[in-house]
Design a protein around this ligand. Structure first.
Ligand SMILES: *Cc1c(COP(=O)(O)O)cnc(C)c1O
Length: 240
């Protein structure tokens, strides 16, 4: 049913060995790291192939697309990570299929989550730029947000998440992130996780202590950005 995909197999193995090498170079054990394969804009079939290759964590960033894929693949043993900006009126739907939210970025979003929902793991997303549209809470407001998350019965705070800025060396940005992670652990010692590192910067993220890597194109191949839309919802605009 799931024919082995040679290219995918090779890219996955290559990234896994690069990750292990970066981890050892940083004096860390590769087993400390969780690799989330980001499958946005790719078909459910690709996710099936990844699962057949042993992938257990997948990431998506758009609600509609993620909901459809998860519904189609609910029989697979996958942990679904939601990485995109979350609208308040979508959060309860997202929490039905996503096991982990990486993008909790404002108090208003936390307040919109009904307390009776089943508990989900989450990260607070911090903005490493001064551009609010990039998503993430401003560092000055990080601990206030984390306090609200900690009070919420449906949220279990794992740690902090960020995307490296386009206009800065990732190593420098991830060092700041490590400092914010220290501050967060000062508030809540169990919030040890750091979600950082994408295809282009996972080496730097690992060096700065990342525990959860979110890797798309290096494994899945280039996203022809309307791959998914063409297959499922012809005519819909896609954007990243
Ligand atoms: C798309 C995406 C990724 C993966 O990016 P690649 O460059 O394809 O590895 C990681 N994190 C987030 C939040 C994303 O939206």
């Amino acid at each position: 049913m799931t024919a082995p995909n040679q290219q995918l197999t090779e890219r996955l193995a290559a990234v896994q060995s690069d990750i292990a090498r970066s981890a050892r170079a940083a004096g860390r054990a590769p087993e400390e790291l969780t690799t989330i394969v980001v499958t946005k804009f790719h078909s459910a079939q690709l996710v099936r192939e990844l699962a057949a290759l042993g992938v257990r964590n997948v990431g998506e960033n758009r609600h509609q697309e993620a909901a459809e894929k998860q519904a189609e693949l609910s029989a697979l043993e996958l942990t679904w990570h939601f990485l995109g900006q979350i609208q308040r009126n979508k959060v309860r739907h997202i929490m039905q299929y996503a096991n982990v939210l990486h993008s909790v970025d404002r108090v208003a979003l936390v307040n919109a989550i009904p307390s009776e929902l089943p508990r989900r793991d989450c990260f607070v997303q911090v903005n490493l730029t001064n551009i609010p549209a990039r998503g993430g809470v401003a560092p000055a407001d990080l601990l206030t947000l984390a306090e609200r998350v900690l009070e919420h019965p449906a949220l279990n705070l794992l740690g902090i998440m960020a995307v490296a800025p386009l206009e800065e060396e990732p190593a420098a940005a991830f060092e700041r992130l490590r400092g914010y992670s220290d501050a967060l652990r000062g508030l809540h010692p169990a919030a040890t996780a750091i979600s950082a590192g994408m295809s282009q910067d996972f080496h730097e993220a690992i060096a700065a202590g990342a525990t959860h890597l979110r890797i798309g194109t290096a494994i899945t191949g280039k996203r022809s950005d309307n791959n998914y839309d063409q297959q499922r919802t012809p005519g819909r605009e896609s954007h990243e």
